[in-house]
Design a protein around this ligand. Structure first.
Ligand SMILES: C[S@@+](CC[C@H](N)C(=O)[O-])C[C@H]1O[C@@H](n2cnc3c(N)ncnc32)[C@H](O)[C@@H]1O
Length: 216
């Protein structure tokens, strides 16, 4: 058991250390631009959960204050450096998990999830907590890779147990937009992205905005 945890910790550490390299080609081709389209218009108090290495930081241009939540030390140390170098607005880094956020209810105008709802163990627990901290009428901004079509989703189902181990808990077979709706959000806008070359287990992607259903 201890050996297994040790091996997993090493795999997670390696993932954190190589994440930017792993994503570099996708960021150059389409992801960095998509992040900008999603985030540059957000205003007020913005919470980003699972902020990773901080790729989104330069895109926050109009927010009053950005809070970046990241539970992994190996990611958080990169976040601090990136904030010092690239933040354009007041930005704070917090050690927490999305399922148990240390903030009062209705305390954020927007919550951001990019490539993170695939990683959390229980996406409904995460979405319930996001819903709690969002103010009425607030925005959940998301960019996620999601479950593919009939054939791709079968491949994703087969590969998920392996990918989870090597990519820090990632579930490539999640219907994340469906989960967002089932968790009680109304999807206000959504775009499906299929950038080339298609990697069947990490495609398609959805980029969009949702609001707590009671407060459209
Ligand atoms: C694939 S990385 C994405 C990083 C970043 N959001 C991005 O867009 O590049 C997934 C991130 O989710 C974080 N994460 C995993 N489980 C989490 C949880 N329960 N609460 C908050 N963050 C979590 C990981 O630490 C990691 O930083």
């Amino acid at each position: 058991m201890a050996l297994r945890m040790n091996v997993q910790a090493r795999l997670d550490h390696r993932f954190a250390a190589t994440y930017n390299r792993f994503m570099a080609a996708a960021e150059r081709r389409w992801a960095y631009e998509s992040r900008g389209q999603l985030l540059s218009g957000l205003t007020g108090r913005v919470l980003e959960v699972g902020a990773g290495t901080g790729v989104n930081i330069p895109h926050y241009k109009n927010a009053d204050h950005v809070v970046l939540v990241e539970p992994w030390p190996a990611m958080r140390s990169q976040l601090h450096q990136k904030v010092a170098r690239d933040a354009r607005v007041a930005t704070t880094v917090v050690d927490a998990v999305v399922e148990d956020l240390p903030f009062p209810g209705a305390s954020f105008d927007a919550v951001v999830c990019t490539f993170v709802l695939c990683s959390v163990e229980d996406s409904y627990a995460a979405l319930a907590e996001i819903q709690r901290v969002l103010r009425p009428g607030g925005t959940l901004a998301f960019l996620e890779h999601v479950r593919g079509g009939w054939l791709a989703s079968r491949v994703q189902d087969l590969l998920t147990p392996v990918i989870r181990r090597f990519a820090a808990g990632c579930h490539p077979n999640r219907d994340t937009e469906g989960d967002i709706e089932r968790a009680g959000f109304t999807v206000l806008q959504s775009e499906t992205l299929k950038p080339l070359p298609v990697v069947p287990w990490f495609a398609p992607f959805v980029k969009g905005a949702a609001s707590p259903a009671d407060h459209p």
